[in-house]
Design a protein around this ligand. Structure first.
Ligand code: PMP
Length: 425
């Protein structure tokens, strides 16, 4: 079956032909290929074309596609049953592996997605503090729970307004929205609403609207404000956790949050999320405490096995150094290609997470400093790269991921393609 025929069937059967919106390629144009197979750092579409992949399933595949150790663990575990609805040893193992990486935390609850993890952690924060408001930042994404599909209101208003139809204004108003990188705005918000704030949720490395690298002092100021006002600090490390370091941004910054949420890598390509914190806080979750949260497939053995196998690969000596070196090589090559083509822009990077910011000057730290004029430039680059066998995220605002399955040759091949694509762009 050709991609064209599949696309027609997909569009007839699925809204937009997809099960998650960005996959539809609406912001870059062109028809999305259908992926038939992935191996290592490569993808093949249903018509047999080969691509070097820099999306990695949007983050989980830090070990690459179909890593033999992960596939073997999944196969072996699946033979003994797909789901039990009772606790299995692999859940304990994964929980312990996560707690070892986040020593501030005493207990973890496993969920089936990042969305669930953040939604549940926010509920826990509200339950534990008895407060109703949460604070989020313009440009951070935390999944699609109603209270987090919220954007800043107009003007100086910090009360959130829905960023999706179907989210009641009354729910959105409970979320206060701040700009990133602005201690003064955060202080002013706490001065006014501090007693009502249950938690501040932030991606400590915001990677859902470009890569908006924060100053550690800013994150530290949030920690201090939360402590001073009795609010909890939630680091949403669904992307950064286990990727930028084994203890994520929590380890890199040395800042101790009250709650961390994980996803993506923690399931090694299968659906897993997690939220973790000190035991006394986590014990407020059901069944021990009054904060309800559950999941039919949570702790699913096959997903646990995939996550554990992936963590083991990351534990091998030199894994993070390798991700750093490969990420640096791609950033350097991509940046050089931009300069050679005379395209204004710079590649922002932390470890194996990269974003080509296509505007003059250094990459910004806050969302409203991203010039949307970069989007059509990126769309042209995306189409040209795809046609030359490099699979980039189909949106200007999404980052690129490098995996342990990439090597120097795959990076250099991609850089050559980007250089050619920019030349024609
Ligand atoms: N938080 C962050 C920081 C994310 O990047 C994402 C997904 N990209 C989520 C939460 C939601 O995770 P999921 O898509 O697994 O529900």
């Amino acid at each position: 079956m050709t991609d064209r025929a599949l696309l027609a069937r997909a569009r007839a059967a699925l809204p937009g032909g997809v099960n998650s919106p960005v996959r539809a390629f609406l912001s870059v144009g062109g028809d999305p290929p259908f992926v038939a197979r992935g191996q290592g750092c490569r993808l093949w579409d249903s018509e047999g074309r080969e691509y070097i992949d820099y999306v990695g399933s949007w983050g989980p595949l830090v070990a690459g596609h179909a890593h033999p150790a992960v596939v073997e663990a999944v196969e072996r575990t699946a033979r003994d049953g797909l789901s039990f609805g009772a606790t299995c040893a692999l859940e304990v193992e994964l929980a312990e592996a996560l707690l070892a990486r986040y020593p501030f935390a005493g207990k973890v609850r496993l969920t089936s997605s990042g969305t669930e993890a953040v939604m549940s952690a926010a509920r826990l924060a509200r339950g534990a503090t008895g407060r109703t408001r949460i604070v989020k930042f313009d440009g951070c994404y935390h999944g699609h729970a109603d209270g987090l599909l919220v954007k800043a209101g107009s003007g100086l208003a910090t009360f959130g307004t829905p960023s999706s139809a179907g989210v009641p204004a009354a729910v959105a108003e409970l979320t206060l929205v701040l700009p990133l990188d602005d201690e003064a705005a955060a202080r002013a918000l706490f001065a006014e609403h501090g007693r009502d704030i249950a938690c501040v949720v932030i991606e400590p490395l915001p990677a859902n609207a470009g890569l908006l690298v924060q100053r550690v002092e800013f994150l530290r100021a949030l920690r201090e404000l939360c402590t001073a006002h009795g609010a909890l600090l939630l680091f949403d490390e669904v992307i950064s956790g286990l990727r930028v370091a084994s203890g994520g941004m929590t380890a890199l910054t040395g800042i101790t949050p009250d709650l961390v949420t994980l996803g993506k890598i923690v399931g090694g390509g299968l659906p897993v999320g997690a939220y973790l914190g000190p035991a006394a806080l986590m014990d407020q979750v059901a069944p021990l405490g009054p904060v309800y949260q559950a999941g039919t497939l949570s702790g699913n053995p096959v997903a646990m096995a995939a996550g554990l196998a992936t963590l083991r690969l990351l534990e091998q000596p030199g894994a993070y150094e390798r991700l750093e070196a490969l990420g640096a090589r791609l950033a350097q090559g991509w940046g050089g290609a931009l300069r050679a083509a005379g395209v204004a822009g710079e590649v922002a990077r932390v470890g194996s997470i990269l974003w080509a910011c296509l505007q003059p000057g250094p990459p910004p730290r806050r969302f409203d400093r991203i010039d949307p004029a970069g989007a059509p430039r990126y769309a042209a680059l995306h189409r040209a790269a795809l046609s030359r066998g490099v699979w980039l995220a189909p949106s200007y605002y999404e980052v690129a991921f490098v995996s342990l399955a990439h090597d120097e040759a795959a990076i250099d091949a991609a850089v050559a393609v980007l250089a050619a694509a920019l030349g024609k762009g």
